[in-house]
Design a protein around this ligand. Structure first.
Ligand SMILES: [Ca+2]
Length: 409
């Protein structure tokens, strides 16, 4: 039983015992037992927020199907989309759902384990420069690999292609692992590009997360040509990689700019019982692997078994048990007024779409949608707002789909 649930039940019991009417804490949305029930959140509401059902009526429309583990989605002007498939293919999706041949011209992609072609994003001034960006796992001749980002000029047509493809970023050092590549791409308001990454899932990578001369477990910020913004927090510091924006992250597969504040928000895969929502602020340390909620996936406590330490940021919110987050967006559209301002996150493990109600930097309630997809529940890999205000999700299957949520007719 979680803290909130425990005290809610306790409060309810006490109130019943003394015969007064009181409003007990409403139960959280997730009824599975917590992995670390004895851990205390750092502040009220940091986990297990009460469920709030909006009862919004919507239809789920299949926009496209037959995609092999689709990972990232971006909207082109004029109604088409770009979608990545993890096995290394970028495709154009027509408005009627027709899939193009794979876009030609991408540099080689390493496609083992969690690696492959990952996120895709349009340049903020795509309309004039036609530049697109994609993140991917890249192998080296020595059989190590790393997260990389490339950009190129997109040319649509019967045989779509990318011209002048150029790798603009590589995580260093490369490692022998097929896990925890991150990665999402998010452009800040100033046109700089945030790249989220992971710790590579192996002990050797985890040990680099708090080391400032490596890029494991860091969110980095680069200019769109790969150069380093002069106002990055560690520029000019001896022995520190100047790309670093924030550190102490485990594996970040969800990120978006908050449309109200312009800040980078991210949701990362944490421990078993420690998926985290963070506001990734300039130069801040988010603690991994020194502090974390939850336990190791093998069952033992994490490193020191502590959840807080001076100089390390607390998550804005965390999930125990986990959702396995991938993809997120702040909803600003007009099709679903009840959801305006909500934060949507894809749930892989929970096979649903997580919706959070926010108040400033805090989560106040939670809802789970798409639990009842037909013919069976599907893992959600990405969620995006379409230009018309519909909500698009990618399902993570060998026969993956692009689904669209629209108001019920
Ligand atoms: Ca953390």
């Amino acid at each position: 039983m979680s803290q909130t649930r425990f005290f809610g039940t306790l409060a309810l019991g006490l109130c019943a015992a003394v015969g007064v009417i009181a409003y007990a804490q409403q139960a959280g949305v997730d009824t599975r037992p917590a992995n670390a029930p004895d851990q205390k959140p750092a502040f009220a509401g940091q986990t297990d927020a009460p469920e709030r059902l909006t009862n919004v009526a919507f239809d789920v429309v299949t926009v496209a199907q037959g995609l092999e583990t689709p990972w990232g989605l971006a909207f082109l002007p004029g109604g088409k989309m770009l979608v990545t498939e993890k096995p290394g293919r970028l495709r154009v999706v027509a408005a009627d759902g027709t899939l193009s041949a794979p876009v030609a011209g991408l540099p080689p992609i390493a496609t083992r384990g969690q690696g492959g072609l990952l996120d895709v994003a349009l340049d903020p001034t795509f309309a004039t420069n036609q530049l697109i960006y994609w993140s991917f796992a890249e192998a080296r001749e020595d059989t190590t690999n790393h997260t990389a980002v490339a950009r190129g000029t997109f040319v649509d047509g019967a045989e779509p292609r990318v011209e002048h493809a150029q790798v603009i970023y590589r995580q260093a050092p490369s490692m022998r692992s097929n896990g925890h590549f991150g990665s999402r791409l998010a452009f800040g308001r100033d046109g700089t590009l945030f790249v989220t990454q992971g710790d590579r899932q192996i002990e050797a990578g985890r040990l680099l997360v708090q080391q400032m001369d490596t890029l494991q477990g860091k969110i980095v910020r680069i200019n769109s040509d790969g150069s380093i913004p002069k106002d990055n927090p560690f520029v000019g510091k001896e022995g520190v990689r100047p790309e670093i924006w924030s550190l102490g992250h485990r594996n970040v597969q969800a990120a978006a700019i908050n449309p109200t504040t312009g800040e980078l928000w991210e949701v990362e895969h944490g421990t078993r019982g420690g998926d985290e929502l963070n506001i990734a602020r300039k130069g801040k340390n988010y603690g991994w692997p020194v502090v974390a909620y939850g336990i190791e996936y093998q069952g033992k406590p994490i490193t020191g078994g502590i959840t807080a330490q001076d100089g390390m940021e607390q998550p804005a919110y965390y999930w125990d048990p986990v959702i396995a987050p991938s993809g997120m967006m702040f909803y600003t559209g007009n099709l679903f007024p009840a959801w305006k301002g909500s934060l949507f996150i894809g749930g892989l493990l929970t096979t649903n779409l997580v919706r959070l109600d926010l108040k400033g930097d805090r989560v106040v309630s939670e809802e789970r949608l798409l639990k009842d997809l037909q013919p069976k529940a599907e893992r959600i890999r990405d969620v995006r707002q379409g230009p018309e205000g519909a909500i698009y999700v990618l399902t993570d299957n060998a026969q993956g789909r692009i689904l669209k949520l629209v108001p019920k007719k």
